[in-house]
Design a binder for this molecule. Structure first.
Ligand SMILES: [Fe+2]
Ligand SMILES: [Fe+2]
Length: 263
């Protein structure tokens, strides 16, 4: 199924009751886990399955642990989850890591060193830590990879995004996150979507320099879709506009201290 066709399924009553396949090719697949959350802050949880591994991207808060586990169980045995990516330490991103680790202590945690300093304060530091800054490419046994790109100060100093070359998906965390009650899983009109992006970015993101610096890091990646932690998925046709959005963004310190700006 093409990403752009997914919205037509959204009125289906099972839409939030089952995982949605976003990409599948051989033994490599990406799912949106479809957790029900009727708030503007709605969090997206994704699952990347590749060969004998299964990695949850931003597993979410503790209240949704059982729901996320149930969604995973519709695809595979949750005991076979091998890893979790936590793009930063916010509770909406990954407080449920402690529940996953209680369920299976062998689950590996993929994160940045600055995030890893803070994660043990959720209750356990006894986990297998993969440093995404030192080892920016993670190989699966089938030859597929994940690539990690730091996103400094968007919004956490140690934030990062994850690129999956097989699908062309960029799991962007809070970057390109949008706040919207009336949402579609996939962005239909990027012009309209800018307002939902503004609601998040103007307050959370550090500055235009942080945004432009990140664009420079990712602009040569063959991105086919952007999968944020909040709000709708941005498809390939809108990726140039999404990069342009960040390049032009005035946010955070640009707004708070305009008299100190460079322009
Ligand atoms: Fe955050
Ligand atoms: Fe977030």
């Amino acid at each position: 199924m093409e990403l752009t066709e997914i919205n037509s399924r959204q009125n289906n009553e099972n839409f939030l009751a089952e995982p949605t396949v976003l990409f599948q090719e051989g033994d490599h697949a990406v799912y949106w886990l479809g957790v029900v959350e009727e708030t503007a802050f709605r969090c997206n949880v994704y699952l990347i399955r590749s060969a004998d591994e299964a990695i949850i991207v931003d597993p979410g808060n503790r209240n949704f642990f059982e729901a996320v586990k149930d969604r995973v169980a519709q695809i595979m045995n949750p005991m076979d989850v091998t890893g979790m990516i936590l793009c930063h330490q916010d509770p909406d991103v990954g407080a449920s890591m402690v529940d996953w680790l209680a369920f299976n202590p062998k689950i590996r945690v993929f994160t940045s060193p600055r995030t890893n300093v803070l994660l043990p304060y959720y209750g356990t530091g006894a986990y297998d830590y993969y440093d995404v800054v030192e080892y920016a490419e993670y190989p699966f046994s089938n030859g597929r990879t994940l690539q990690f790109v730091e996103a400094p100060f968007l919004h956490f100093p140690g934030a990062f995004a994850t690129f999956d070359p097989a699908s062309g998906f960029l799991f962007s965390g809070d970057v390109w996150a949008a706040l919207d009650i009336d949402w579609n899983l996939v962005v239909e009109d990027f012009g309209e979507h800018r307002m939902a992006l503004d609601l998040f970015h103007k307050d959370y993101m550090a500055s235009n320099i942080a945004a432009r610096g990140f664009v420079n890091r990712i602009k040569d990646l063959p991105i086919k879709a952007i999968l944020p932690q909040h709000g709708s998925i941005i498809t390939g046709k809108d990726v140039p506009a999404a990069l342009d959005y960040l390049n032009r963004l005035r946010c955070g310190l640009d707004i708070i201290y305009p008299e100190l700006g460079h322009e």
